[in-house]
Structures are given as C-alpha cells and as structure tokens.
Ligand binder design. Structure first.
Ligand code: PLP
Length: 364
C-alpha cells in the first residue's frame, strides 16, 4: 500500500505508481533546484523542453515505436479524440467513410461523434450480448473505400480486451487504448492512430497521448479546430498553445518507472499474474461469476457479480473497511469491477483475492 491508506481499484482517474507520486511530492516546490514548481515554469522553457523530449524518447524506447509515427499530447482526454479522429482521417479517401466495431459505451460514443462528419458503418456490435464479448472485425467487413477502422482495445466498463488487434491489411486501424496502453507490448504494424487518455496508465486526466502514423497527418477537414488538427500538434511539438505541462511531466515519470520495472514485457507478465489471481478464484467459485466471456476477458478491469444486490452492497462496505477502495461496478453492468492497471501491485490483487475468499466463506 506504500504511503497510501488503501488499494485503489478505481477505474479512472486511477492509482499511479507510488514512487512516481513520491517523486512529484519531493520536487513539487523546487523543481531540480530552480526554486519554482514544475507547474510554474514556461512550457517553452529549456527545462520543460527536456521533460517533453525525455517523455518522447522513453515512449519510443519502451514501445519500440517505428520512426514513421508521431507522438502528440492532445487536449481533452480520450473523448476529444472521438472527434479528432474522424476530422483528421475521414478525408483520406473521397468516400469520407469509416468502420466502427461497437464493443461498449465508449466505442458507441465514438461512432456517434464521428457520424457528424461522415459515413459511419457499424460493422459489428456486441450490444446483443450486453458487450460481454468482442464482436468480430475482419478485412472483408471493411469496404475498400473506408478511410479507417476503429476499435476500443480494452472495454473499461465491460471488462473485455482484445488479445490481438484485428488485421485489416491496407486499412489503418484506429485504437482507443485508454484503459490498457503500455500494459503489454504493442505491435504497430496495422495501427494508424492509437490514443489513450492519461488517467489510467499514464498520469492525470484531461490530456491524451495520441500516436499517429505520419502519412495520416495533414489531411484534416477545413473546419477542424486547430487544436484538434494533428498537423498543428506535430508542427508545434504539441505546444501550439499552453499544454498541460503537469500531465506530460507525470507521464514522463511514469515512463521512467515502467523502464525501471523492466518495460512492457515485464509489465505484461505482471498484469497477467495479477488478473489471473482473481480469475482463478472466480473460476473455482460458485459464489462469484465473471461478467465477461472467458476468451475476451480483460487483464485491466476484472468484472464479476455476487449472487444478489444485498451481498454486493455488503461486499463493497466490508471491502472498504479492509482497505479495498472503489470496487463498485459501472452502473450499466452493476456488480463489482476491480481495475488493476499497471500501478496496482500484485499485493493489491492478492489482498482482494484473500478478502473475496473470506467473504465467500462467511457469506456463501
Ligand atoms: C476506453 C475508454 N475510452 C474513452 C474514455 C473517455 O476518456 P476521457 O474521460 O478522458 O475522455 C474512457 C474513460 O474511462 C475509456 O475507458
């Protein structure tokens, strides 16, 4: 638990690594001997330049980002990308068309937003099974004249996650990776754009990390606000206006932490161990039932139900007394959701598993 009093299973804003928060605290009033805070220095200062360059460098190194991708720090969290993506990418082909796979609330919001700007086809939807599994998306479901195809990598509310991204050949894949970015190695081969708001695996809310293949930049619709235009971000190194310097600084520290911990391979192994600690318990229990289909279940958001609502409320109350915070499932699914992003230590999952066993023993 470090200096925090509880294990925080909140879906986002979510827990950050303790060493990162300690470092922020230590240097908050006096950034590296400057006598001012990192949030008080100019976004155009040499010191901030070092921060943003270091952050880029670490992202490239950790993810193995190919040279033809650009790192952008974009305003407005992930939902702003629901607008930015169609505005920047739809004009790539004259049909002004894109294909969306509907895997939950966030992909639905994304396609509703995109509908304002072009012809949007929902190729597949998990709505019929309450999004408890991922609908297929294959190349033959995507028309040749589509500018891009869109998926949500990890469905925060429903607890489903792509193990591998659909392979769509020449069609650029756009990935909302808000709730699993850098939780495992990334294969960029089919990716046109991948974006993630920061408040789960990166830093504070309100800003997104958006990575774009360079040939997809520079095609934005004329009406695109300049602060949604990828070309404006690329040209200014995300500093066309005053960006969220604190978010970029925090993300940089989180990247240093990831590197120290062995990078994305080590993180992936740890995340699998953490999630399986909970899934194994659920699989061996008649008391807890997982809400996501076994083949698609997420290593980031573990969702499950108890036999009834009264037991669910009691579980939440007793969990809190045991230092297990923010386990309430999203209102559209109900039950319990344990969000176990990169910063959640294995000990947190073990503490939850022990609590679950004891709760089943006393209430089952
Ligand atoms: C997968 C996914 N996409 C998008 C969002 C929306 O992010 P934001 O609130 O930063 O716009 C969330 C938020 O939880 C999310 O989990």
């Amino acid at each position: 638990m470090g200096n925090n009093q509880v294990y925080n299973f909140g879906a986002g804003p979510a827990m950050l690594p303790i060493p990162v928060m300690q470092q922020i605290q230590e240097e908050f009033l006096d950034y590296r001997g400057m006598g001012v805070s990192v949030i008080e220095i100019s976004h155009r200062s040499k010191e901030f330049d070092e921060v943003i360059n270091r952050c880029d460098e670490l992202i490239k190194e950790l993810s193995g980002l190919p040279d033809n991708y650009r790192i952008l720090y974009t305003h407005g969290g992930a939902r702003m990308q629901f607008s930015a993506v169609p505005m920047n990418l739809l004009p790539l082909k004259p049909a002004n068309k894109a294909v969306y796979s509907e895997t939950g609330n966030f992909s639905k919001q994304a396609n509703v937003e995109a509908l304002r700007y072009g012809n949007i086809i929902v190729a597949s939807s998990g709505e019929d099974c309450n999004y408890n599994k991922l609908p297929p998306l294959t190349r033959d479901m995507v028309p040749d004249d589509a500018s891009y195809a869109y998926i949500t990598s990890n469905n925060t509310i429903y607890g489903t996650q792509y193990k591998n991204y659909p392979e769509l050949g020449d069609i650029p894949l756009v990935v909302d990776a808000t709730s699993d970015i850098f939780s495992r190695p990334l294969d960029f081969s089919g990716i046109g754009v991948i974006f993630a708001s920061m408040q789960k695996n990166l830093g504070p809310a309100g800003t997104a990390l958006t990575i774009v293949r360079e040939d997809l930049i520079g095609h934005a619709m004329a009406l695109t606000p300049s602060l949604l235009d990828y070309a404006v971000y690329e040209k200014s190194h995300s500093l066309a206006n005053t960006n969220n310097t604190f978010a970029i600084y925090t993300t940089c520290l989180v990247m240093e932490w990831l590197k120290k911990g062995g990078g994305l391979d080590a993180m992936a192994k740890m995340n699998a161990t953490k999630a399986n600690t909970l899934y194994q318990l659920m699989d061996n229990s008649d008391f807890y039932s997982g809400t996501a289909d076994v083949g698609d279940r997420s290593y980031m958001n573990v969702t499950f139900k108890l036999p009834n609502e009264e037991l669910t409320q009691r579980f939440l109350g007793e969990a809190l007394k045991n230092g297990l915070y923010a386990l309430k499932g999203h209102r559209v699914v109900g039950g319990i959701r344990a969000s176990i992003y990169n910063a959640m230590p294995l000990a947190g999952c073990q503490a939850l598993a022990a609590f679950m066993q004891e709760f089943e023993r006393t209430h089952g």
